[in-house]
Design a protein around this ligand. Structure first.
Ligand SMILES: [Zn+2]
Length: 64
């Protein structure tokens, strides 16, 4: 099993940033929030699902 954090991803459930891990286990993969435990299956559209969540940090406005 392989886990990797998705930089800049925001959890759709709890709204926390940088808490989303992509977990790859054999031919299955899913995303899991380490903050609230929300899981999102990635079997259907892996690439798009991750791209929709992960936004490049460099494109985000600095915090004010
Ligand atoms: Zn969460």
């Amino acid at each position: 099993m392989k886990r990797q954090f998705i930089a800049g991803a925001t959890c759709p459930e709890c709204g926390q940033m940088d808490k989303i891990q992509r977990i790859i286990d054999g031919d299955r993969q899913w995303m899991e929030c380490v903050s609230c435990g929300a899981k999102k299956d990635l079997d259907e559209k892996p690439a798009e699902a991750i791209d929709a969540l992960a936004q490049p940090v460099s494109l985000q406005s600095p915090k004010k």
